[in-house]
Design a protein around this ligand. Structure first.
Ligand code: SF4
Length: 241
């Protein structure tokens, strides 16, 4: 795995490639980002941004959403998928905010992850973007890209969070996570576009891929033989039983 200095330099190169990296969810305060992030599970940010204006117009804060009828919330968020579980998580989270935190979003990871429907990734998104508290959300893109680059070496999101936050100063955490997410969406996709990657020279995955021999092309003679040897298909009638 790369050293802390090497990790910083890889993140710097990618930050130059993606200067606009930021969450793509629309929100006006920590409560809205918390709700939008819960809705973003198994959904696109674009899809979530389509439903949140109507949701927050009707239920603008934790007190309003805590008492919202389930059917009404479900119909407002229906298009994001898993709408029953999500509606339950939203109202449960809002009730917990009212009962435990006076309707406000708490500013610590420990308190956030105790809210219904809120995991470590969601908590870190809210801390880093809406509360100005360093947080390092690790999603599937961060997992894939960081392991390929060799700046992390685990498929456990908590372990990867530990490795990356150990290598980077807290002030860079949220930006670094946004950068890795955007890089994973645009360049380091499951089928990576390494020729367009600003960190290719430092990438362990790319270095290993370049060492692999190119797959051999079948020679013309053996291709002809293969065509000859291919059994003819039987007439349709004889195939019927
Ligand atoms: S070089 Fe390729 S595999 Fe490595 S981070 Fe860049 S896009 Fe991903």
């Amino acid at each position: 795995m790369k050293s802390a200095a090497e990790t910083r330099s890889v993140i710097e190169a990618l930050s130059h490639q993606h200067p606009e990296a930021d969450t793509e969810l629309h929100y006006r305060n920590a409560f809205e980002l918390l709700a939008a992030t819960i809705l973003s599970a198994q959904a696109t940010d674009v899809g979530v941004n389509k439903v949140t204006p109507a949701l927050f117009a009707k239920f603008p804060d934790a007190r309003a959403l805590a008492g919202a009828p389930a059917v009404e919330v479900e119909s407002l968020i229906h298009s994001t998928g898993f709408f029953r579980q999500k509606a339950k998580a939203l109202t449960g989270m809002s009730r917990a905010l009212v009962e435990r935190h006076g309707g406000e979003v708490p500013r610590t990871l420990e308190a956030l992850v105790k809210l219904p429907g809120v995991g470590r990734k969601t908590a870190n998104v809210v801390l880093g973007h809406a509360l100005g508290v360093p947080g390092f959300p690790v999603d599937r893109h961060v997992l894939r890209v960081s392991n390929r680059l060799g700046i992390a070496d685990s498929d456990d999101p908590d372990r990867v969070e530990q490795q990356l936050t150990g290598a980077l100063p807290p002030g860079l955490w949220t930006r670094a996570s946004d950068t890795l997410i955007l890089h994973g969406r645009r360049i380091c996709k499951p089928e990576p576009l390494c020729s367009q990657c600003a960190a290719a020279e430092a990438c362990a995955f790319h270095a290993n891929a370049s060492l692999l021999p190119a797959p051999a092309k079948p020679r013309a003679a053996s291709r002809r033989k293969a065509v000859k040897a291919r059994p003819r298909s039987k007439p349709a009638a004889s195939r019927r039983r």
